[in-house]
Write a protein that binds this ligand. Sequence first.
Ligand code: CP
Length: 318
Amino acid sequence: MPDIATDRWTRPNLLGLEGLEADELLALLDAADTFFPYATGEGDPPQTLAGRTLLNLILEDSTRTRTSFALAAERLGGRVVQFHATTSSMDQKGETLIDTVRTIEAMGLDAIVIRHKQRGAPHRVAEAVRCSVLNAGDDAHEHPTQALLDMLAIRRHLGRLDGLTVAICGDVRHSRVARSNAYGLAALGSRAIFVGPEPFLDGLDDLSVPVETATDFDAVLPECDAVMMLRVQFERHKGLAFDQDAYVRGYQLTAARLARAKDGAPVLHPGPVNRGLELADEVADGPQSLILHQVTCGVAVRMAALTLCIAAAERTNS
Ligand code: CP
């Protein structure tokens, strides 16, 4: 049985990376490294969630996050309840989010994983329940387990997370992934540079850490140890003018453009990828792409986050 140092993490909830100390981030990342050998279903994982029940309350579309939270919990011996929004009393009969989570918690829950279109919804749920709450993405605010899996993938590839320069390029304005990475990378001593056309760099006043921004991707790349591309989130644009051809010319990561970055710089993307828009196929499927490795890291990170948060909640509630 691998040693999971649950006492290095004291929070019952994981709502965001804003305000987390480096030691807390490292506790999660080190635990994720310990779980990594079990992330693809191999081996005999420690049953840290035996007897525990998780509600997967995914109220926006998701493939990776929904699936990997469920696999993480089940492989550690937990039970997963999938919430079916479209046939629920919340969607069909007007039950509130808070009444919904308190009702299901009354049947016995150890954790709620929530993705919601409203910023702060996970925080409101956390105030209403005693079990752990993990944010799986709230509007364009935070997606903490995504940033943790990004950082785990970078650390496993480059061997460190301090002193790095990471370009985070694309639709930053609408990206909870960019915000959570900005907090995490800053806390661990690395530099994030947000890159994109001006309209994609607006609306960042809510960030509580300073971030650099740049519109010239080609000029930034020679400084970069890693390059994180973001999905253009058309569904959040609400009429924002967007010139796709100009975007491809200035920001699509092609092999030729990637060659400007430091030698062998890894390429990340949270998925899903708009192939041929922010990322050329030759890069998405190329030797420097960590995209599928990120997905595997996601299971390990969610194993760690569930184990540590539930253990902390049990200590708090005992
Ligand atoms: N990266 C991410 O959150 O993917 P999904 O929307 O598929 O969960």
